[in-house]
Design a protein around this ligand. Structure first.
Ligand code: GDP
Length: 432
């Protein structure tokens, strides 16, 4: 959902206005020194359109003077918001601090809606007109306390917000794209044949889907899937350095064209250097991933015990990927592949609302605060999911976070929202 940041000096009535906008009596907790407010963002809805309201009042930037503090807030607000609601106290008029904020807002080029608050009756309405001098366009006279004028203000806010967040993922459409990868002789071709049923390769001309000659459309579980670069799997392509082949350009290209990769590993053998290189490529690609251990018919109990240990050790970088054990030769358990792929794609495309994310972050920080470093404690001010495919989270913080704490956040995000089969990216944006 698009994000609206509310900016303004203390005591202009920001919090009251935020409560008015979200249509709740839910108290925006008073910010006491030393107490981190657990929520700064709220899900709002007006005329059927959902958006997220971020109250910058709770950020408590560490800048020195009031003007610096408020402009620092405004700066963070414009980096993350799609539009800004700038609240001015009409009964006070324009102050130097307001002017400082205007500078930041102008430079950002973000749409700004100007609220002239504390216009409680007709008589005080004239005071709002003075705010034209800010050069931000029409001031909307409003009484956050009584609700007067808030409908017109919200209409203006909706008009300023984009229909969809600019960073939202645009699915390409058409069949889902799968790349089967892995080093030679692990059973990729056998797996593909079993899945496709040799003859049952569907080429769908009617749907207008152009199929790359190296790709195949296959119907599985009632859906059509596009397998990427199957020519490279079915035919042994001889290269000078045949061994490097699958970890090379062709694999990388296949992964890039795919949404989800199925990494096939020979369960009867130890994980090799080449497997590790391929895992690295997949991990860096940001694609959804399912790991398929093939040749399970050759794995006995003793070997299995040994392999479990090995996998724990070697696959730690992709431990979030679902693992399934199959025997491609007989088709044993290959019916588990499609549900795993579905699940991975679901996680890959999940979007968490800004409100949900911040209430989660609030709870996480309350239970496990970041360790104090050099007398100071880095704080998470606000988070938003910047992207899907893979889920990418932007975290605005007061200072850099420890790497261990970032891993902790990722782990908790996975537990909370059930991300399976997808990498997660954290973009930490410290204020200092
Ligand atoms: P690719 O190079 O990864 O495509 O591997 P292939 O599909 O050509 O398989 C390589 C070899 O492993 C062939 O001899 C297959 O018959 C054998 N193979 C494939 N899957 C299995 C399996 O599940 N169990 C066993 N025992 N052998 C398999």
């Amino acid at each position: 959902t698009p994000i609206l940041a509310v900016v303004g000096r203390p005591n202009v009535g920001k919090s009251t206005l935020v409560n008015r906008i979200i249509g709740r009596r839910e108290a925006v907790v008073e910010d006491r020194p030393g107490v981190t407010r657990d929520r700064v963002s709220y899900d709002a809805n007006w005329n059927g359109r959902a958006f997220t309201v971020v109250d910058t009042g709770g950020w408590d930037p560490e800048a020195e003077g009031l003007a610096e503090r408020i402009s620092a807030q405004a700066e963070v607000a414009v980096t993350l918001a799609d539009a800004v609601l700038f609240v001015v106290d009409a009964t006070v008029g324009i102050t130097d601090t307001d002017e400082a904020v205007v500078k930041v807002l102008r430079k950002s080029g973000r749409p700004v809606v100007l609220a002239a608050n504390k216009v409680d009756d007709q008589r005080t309405e004239a005071e709002a007109y003075g705010l034209w001098n800010l050069g931000l366009g029409e001031p909307f006279p409003v009484s956050a306390l009584h609700g007067r004028g808030s409908g017109d203000l919200l209409d203006a806010v909706l008009a300023a917000l984009p229909d969809t967040p600019p960073e939202s993922f645009q699915p390409v459409g058409g069949p889902r794209r799968i790349a089967i990868i892995g080093r030679p002789n692990v059973g990729k071709s056998s797996l593909l044949n079993k899945l496709a049923g040799e003859e049952r390769v569907v080429v769908d001309d009617a749907s207008g889907t152009t199929v790359d000659p190296v790709d195949e459309l296959v119907e599985l579980g009632g859906k059509t899937w596009k397998f990427i670069d199957t020519a490279g799997i079915r035919k042994r392509v001889k290269t000078a350095s045949g061994h490097e082949y699958y970890a090379s350009l062709r694999t990388t290209t296949a992964i890039e064209r795919a949404e989800v990769t199925v990494l096939v590993i020979d369960g009867s053998q130890s994980i090799s250097e080449q497997d590790m290189r391929i895992i690295q490529v997949v991990r860096d690609s940001g694609r959804a991933l399912v790991i398929c251990f093939n040749k399970w018919d050759l794995v006995d109990d003793e070997r299995r015990y040994y392999l479990e240990r090995e996998y724990e050790r070697e696959l730690v970088q992709v431990q979030w990927a679902p693992r399934i054990n199959v025997t491609a030769r007989t088709g044993w358990h290959i019916d588990r592949l499609v549900p795993a792929i579905d699940k991975a794609l679901e996680g890959w495309e999940t979007r968490i609302s800004t409100g949900q994310l911040n209430s989660f972050l609030g709870r996480l920080v309350a239970e496990h605060p970041h360790p104090v470093r050099g007398g100071r404690q880095p704080r998470i001010l606000f988070g938003t999911q910047a992207q899907t495919s893979p889920p990418t989270f932007a975290l605005f913080t007061s200072a850099k976070l420890d790497a261990g704490y970032e891993r902790f956040i990722e782990r908790r995000l996975r537990e909370e929202f059930g991300f399976v089969g997808t990498p997660i990216a954290l973009q930490v944006r410290p204020r200092e």
